[in-house]
Write a protein that binds this ligand. Structure first.
Ligand SMILES: [Mn+2]
Length: 231
């Protein structure tokens, strides 16, 4: 039995499926998904379909909220600045994947998808680890209760409080990071207990275009190159 974490799939359904095959996910394993399932990539619907199918088949999935799911939920009523903000951040690709026009409010998505977005958690704790989409703001008295900061925070490594962590490692996504830097972070976990597993699956550029899985128990990284056909 192993525990795995994957983050920032961003509509890359085929790449996600290939990564699950690479790690040979079994029903005795646990899979923590750290948010940003949707937007930018071409098959957001396909990503959620795969997650719902795996849950139905008895796989042990725990799904976190990402800032992109929060943007969708904020826009659910339809037009206005919230809808525009979501569209500017790749929400148009999500609507495309559902065959809906860009003017469509997210509340028009089929109910099982809306239910999925509504039941997402803000953070998880599992032995030895804290899992969160973006980061923990250690300048606050209670970092786990920070709300929006958990899904939006950037550049927080300067404030990591090792006393507060008590030996636990923070695994997160949200900030695309080149593959060699992620591998370097893993080697230094004893010194700096943070690991960003967002390898920029939907982004072009050197060392991006990977979806990453982290095996929490064996402390091993897996990388799947982006295989989406839309480039
Ligand atoms: Mn994000």
């Amino acid at each position: 039995m192993s525990r795995y974490a994957i983050s920032d799939i961003h509509g890359c359904a085929r790449t996600f499926e290939a990564l699950l095959e690479q790690i040979a996910l079994g029903r005795e394993d646990e899979l923590f998904l750290l948010g940003d399932y949707i937007d930018r990539g071409s098959d957001s619907k396909g990503v959620i379909d795969l997650i719902l199918k795996l849950k139905q088949e008895g796989f042990r999935l725990h799904c976190l909220l990402g800032n992109h799911e929060a943007l969708l939920l904020n826009a659910r009523g339809g037009m206005g600045s919230e809808q525009r903000l979501w569209l500017q951040n790749g929400g148009d690709a999500t609507l495309d994947s559902f065959g809906l026009p860009h003017s469509a409010a997210p509340c028009l998505l089929p109910q099982p998808y809306l239910d999925f977005f509504h039941q997402l958690d803000w953070h998880f704790e599992t032995e030895g680890y804290i899992l969160v989409h973006a980061g923990l703001d250690f300048r606050l008295a209670r970092p786990l209760e920070a709300g929006q900061a958990l899904i939006w925070l950037r550049d927080w490594y300067g404030h990591v409080d090792r006393d507060w962590l008590q030996g636990r490692v923070v695994v997160h996504g949200h900030t695309p990071t080149p593959r060699p830097m992620i591998e370097k972070q893993l080697k230094k976990l004893d010194k700096v207990p943070v690991l960003d597993i967002d390898a920029g699956c939907v982004f072009n550029g050197n060392f991006f275009k990977y979806l990453c899985a982290f095996d929490l128990d064996n402390r091993r990284l897996y990388f799947q190159e982006n295989i989406e056909t839309d480039g």
